[in-house]
Design a protein around this ligand. Sequence first.
Ligand SMILES: C[S@@+](CC[C@H](N)C(=O)[O-])C[C@H]1O[C@@H](n2cnc3c(N)ncnc32)[C@H](O)[C@@H]1O
Length: 332
Amino acid sequence: MSQLNKSKPYTIFNQSCYGLLDIADNSIDALITDPPYGISFQNHAWDKQLPQKQIWSDCLRVLKSGAFGLVFSSVRLMHRLMVDLEDCGFIIKDVLFWVYLNGMPKSRDIALDIDKELGIESKVVGKYNYVQGYKKDGAQNYYADNTKFKYEPSSELALHYKGAGLGLKPAYEPIILIQKPIEKGLTVAQNIIKYGTGALNLEKTRIPYAPGESKVGHNPHPEGRVSANIIRTDTLEDGYDKFFTIPKVRQHAEEFNNHPTLKPVDLMHHLVKLVSFDNQMILDPFMGSGSTGVACIALNRYFVGFELEENYYKIAQKRLQMAVQSKSSSLF
Ligand SMILES: C[S@@+](CC[C@H](N)C(=O)[O-])C[C@H]1O[C@@H](n2cnc3c(N)ncnc32)[C@H](O)[C@@H]1O
């Protein structure tokens, strides 16, 4: 097993991450990953199941003592993922909530199902007048059907259950903050001196005060507040937010990138800054189109990533090359 080569800003593998082959024990400073959620998102085969536990043992092996990790998850299955992480030796430190207001409610009107079950036709009350859908397989236009009819329940029983549904509008994604225990017998400071890991980089993720804000406690830090465990997408109405604010990214925001669960690079910047320091090595075993790596390059971190699917791997490769180029051109 080899030490990763720090003469290049990133190393990526088009292979399964299981075993984290080629990565030496205790060589990685932080883990940031957005693994399959196990919820069959848009029916993608790779999202059918949560990752097998083995990968978290592999991550524990390659991380340095005291290293932090951030693992994206879903509201429905984060509990299982957290148990897997804990079973494999990680400490659960926190759960960050990435809050957004533009999540799509997925529930349907169950009253219409009741009509159907009773063999009674629901009433047509108009047509939807908006474009509904998503861009399918890299298409230029929305895969849309705006000729859909609007229905209302007809039967007495269905009217009783009018508007009943099965779930709330999703408005946050959990991100599990974990830590590999610091080395036995060492204090946090001793662990940092030995490995460079063991603390969060709170200094670089502070939230600046609002312009003119005066009442910020008896000993305000010049750079702002300590970053909270809530990350928002929408600012409050007074235009200032005490949380870090990052919008959700549209699918196909980059022409060539059709990854269905693309994460905003601004969000990845914040997360990379939180769990690592300059020149450290970050691992993403489920890199997809490489958003973690793009943020690492901009922030002077080294990156190692794995992606099983060749088309996503190639997109990541292109994005990482572009990130390196834009960084080197900004130096002149
Ligand atoms: C949720 S996506 C990551 C998306 C990424 N955050 C982005 O911004 O593009 C998870 C990725 O893990 C990949 N994957 C699934 N199983 C894998 C495995 N065993 N090894 C490596 N990659 C895997 C999937 O192909 C998918 O692209």
